[in-house]
Structures are given as C-alpha cells and as structure tokens.
Design a protein around this ligand. Sequence first.
Ligand SMILES: C[S@@+](CC[C@H](N)C(=O)[O-])C[C@H]1O[C@@H](n2cnc3c(N)ncnc32)[C@H](O)[C@@H]1O
Length: 227
Amino acid sequence: MIKRVDFDEYTDSYNELLGEKTKFFASGDEYFARYKIELVRKHVNTPVKRVLEFGCGIGRNIPFLQEAFSRATVVGSDISRASLDVAARENPGVEFLCEEDNLADIGQFDLIFVAGVFHHIPPNQRTLAAGALRNRLEKLGHVFVFEHNPYNPITRRIVNTCPYDEDAVLLKPTELKSTLRTAGLSVERTEYCLFVPPRFSMLSGLERRLGWLPLGGQYWVQARHDV
Ligand SMILES: C[S@@+](CC[C@H](N)C(=O)[O-])C[C@H]1O[C@@H](n2cnc3c(N)ncnc32)[C@H](O)[C@@H]1O
C-alpha cells in the first residue's frame, strides 16, 4: 500500500525542493504560479467575487490569485495544517481553512483553482473530492485543475525523484476529465502547457499554439458547474 505523504513535513523545504527539481526549466518557483494564474485569468470571462484555492499548500499561488482577481475574496484550503500556518503567515488577511474540519459553511465560489493536488489524492477518493468542488461552485462557476503530464518523460522523472511525490499516482487527462464529469461537472477545455522555458520568451507564441500536443510538462482542465 502507498504511504500518503504528509505535507506538514515539507513546509520548510517545499520551495527549495520544487526549485531544485525544476531549475532546468525556470529559475524562480514563482514562474509556475504566475504562468498558471495568467492562463486562468485569460479563460475566465464571468464575474469573479469569490476564489478558492483547493490544496493551496504553503500559499505560493495566493498572491497571484489576489493580483489577478483583485476585486475578489480569495480563500485557501488544504489538509496540511502546518502548510496552512505558513500560508496564513505569508498572506495576512486571507482566510485559510483545513479540509479535515467541517467545512459545510464554506459557501460558494465563482472560481476554484487546483494545482498539483489530484495526484496526491488516492484514486478511489478523487470523485468524492471532485464532488466537493462541484458543490462549492456557484452555478456557472469554473474550476481549473492543473496536473502533471504523465506522457512527458521529464515530468515523470521529476515526480519519481521528488520526496514529496512519493505517494503520487499521476492521472491522464482522460482520467481527470472522467472524474470531473462523474462528479457532475461539465468539461469545457483541456490543454497541455509548460512547453517552453521562460528564457526562450521569443517562443511564447508557439507555446500558445501547442495546447493539443501531449508533451507539455503539465496539462489543465477547465470545467464548470453543470446546471
Ligand atoms: C504538490 S502540493 C501543491 C500545493 C499548491 N497547490 C501549489 O501549487 O504550490 C499538493 C498539496 O495538496 C494537498 N492535498 C493533498 N490531498 C488533499 C485533499 N484531499 N484535500 C486538500 N488538499 C490536499 C497537500 O497537503 C499539499 O499541500
């Protein structure tokens, strides 16, 4: 049986490990947060008043969500209490909630952002997690899920050698989409991403045209509440 990774043990080393594993691609770990949230911003054209980052970890994405959705209230949630403590310290004024608590009153969100979380959720619990996301979405609200691309050999190598990925079970886009659909979400878009390191910024136009090619470091799925 796979032993689940406890992210409480990685609050001090998370950024360092991530930076080490991805330094061939981008020198700053902020790059990935900014990249994903810019992508989300570009694809949301409905008003956003409340944003949830599900599985926010130590809160690396929170400032970028706040910047991109400056009129919205941003909330973060995770199962790792130690990670949430760091997130709260680094992001004063933002509400952070533990998924181990009763979150029946968490309310509805116009946008839910999920990055690198589903591969840590045991496969038999993923539909339940997707259902919880669906229940928290406003009608016509959107969820964006970013995941590692299992077809990319470099991604697989990074995951296989990263201590906090010991419990990772990567999902193919078809599996993620099927999980979201089973939970009652309507899948609107799927694209591969993170092909070109930022130092080759002259190729960023190319990156935008490669979403169909299963070679990106990651992929993302946009789904909405099926009304
Ligand atoms: C690789 S980290 C990603 C953190 C953050 N999303 C980021 O991009 O930096 C995965 C996070 O998912 C959290 N996680 C795992 N299972 C979860 C679940 N069932 N509900 C909420 N968070 C979960 C872990 O505690 C961890 O903080």
